[in-house]
Ligand binder design. Sequence first.
Ligand SMILES: NC(=O)c1ccc[n+]([C@@H]2O[C@H](COP(=O)([O-])OP(=O)(O)OC[C@H]3O[C@@H](n4cnc5c(N)ncnc54)[C@H](OP(=O)(O)O)[C@@H]3O)[C@@H](O)[C@H]2O)c1
Length: 300
Amino acid sequence: MRIFCPRTVRQLPKIVSSCPHSPHTFLRIRAKPQHYRPVSTSASTNLNSDPICKGKVGASSLAGKKCLVTGASRGIGKAIAERFAKQGARCVLVGRSHATLEGVRGELECFDGKSHDIVVGDVGDAKFWEGFRRVRDIDILVNAAGVTHHSPCVLTSENVIEEVLRTNLLGTMLGCRTVGKGMMANRDGCIINVASLLGLKGGRGSAAYVASKAGVIGFTRALAAELGEKQVRVNVILPGYIETDMTAGMAPEARSAALNAIPLKHFGQASDIADAAEFLATNKYANNCVLNLDGGLSAT
Ligand SMILES: NC(=O)c1ccc[n+]([C@@H]2O[C@H](COP(=O)([O-])OP(=O)(O)OC[C@H]3O[C@@H](n4cnc5c(N)ncnc54)[C@H](OP(=O)(O)O)[C@@H]3O)[C@@H](O)[C@H]2O)c1
């Protein structure tokens, strides 16, 4: 089920519920998807009286910004959404599992007492992005949703190739195309795509994934030129090996070979990628950055 915020609050039933992670009450609106609209809730919460959330909100240039993060249910996307929320931004969390996103939303709402939005859907589906067609208030778009697959290219089925390209490359392109329009109209905005070091380096057994990520890097560069003229910055992060669900299933031999090849001899954390995302979101001269965070793997 998708959760969208309606055109006007009056049109649809309201369900007031309690955040499981904080004592704050917030407004949650369930509706049939039309166009995604933000709900402005005036959260009259006093964070300093909340022993759990006390002191977690930092004042930064992300305060008051609205960020749409795909792949926000887990791993890198979740870490970026958490970081942005801690810096005072409001987030729109995108993923395919409503239950998982609800959990993330609960955690985020501890940081600022504001409501964050959830949109459930498949980023590789053009119809999903239709719901955002008229949205004009997203300041930062992070495309972190992604899937991987391991098998030699000649043994990889057409369906798998299609799914990987559709999610990683098409999903990113559709998101940028849809949300970028509003940013261009505002003459302000920042897009952060999450590709992979493999998109530059290649590697055995990941041809579809590598092709999708190489596509994201090339696409980002093209877009940085197109949208830069409208004061919209477009950048891409190239993680190496990061400890998330995506790498948790690696065979022990593959993991130890990877560790051996990384000069720093350890995998990165999702928070390391959030550091890079925060930098790209706040540095006003960052456009067309291709920022690798790989513990030095790209040097070997
Ligand atoms: N971990 C690494 O070592 C590493 C290295 C280089 C690049 N990356 C890239 O970093 C990004 C995040 O990876 P991760 O490690 O955080 O992976 P992860 O833990 O597996 O999380 C993947 C995220 O993408 C979402 N997702 C997948 N397919 C989707 C779809 N069709 N529509 C909407 N959401 C979808 C998942 O949400 P649901 O499953 O809940 O829908 C989940 O939130 C990916 O693009 C990945 O390629 C990761």
